[in-house]
Design a protein around this ligand. Structure first.
Ligand SMILES: [Zn+2]
Length: 47
């Protein structure tokens, strides 16, 4: 199951909001978390 890197919630892949960054797919529980990630992707990008 994908984990939201911002809030740490596990969610169903079908319900998650996906966003691609650096050729890697990230999943978010809501637009809010996606917005936070987009503003500071390096903070949550652990690769
Ligand atoms: Zn979230």
């Amino acid at each position: 199951m994908p984990v939201d890197p911002v809030c740490g919630i596990e969610m169903d892949e079908g319900l998650a909001i996906s966003f691609e960054y650096n050729n890697k797919k990230y999943y978010f529980c809501c637009e809010g978390c996606k917005g936070i990630f987009k503003r500071k992707p390096k903070k949550y990008n652990n690769s």
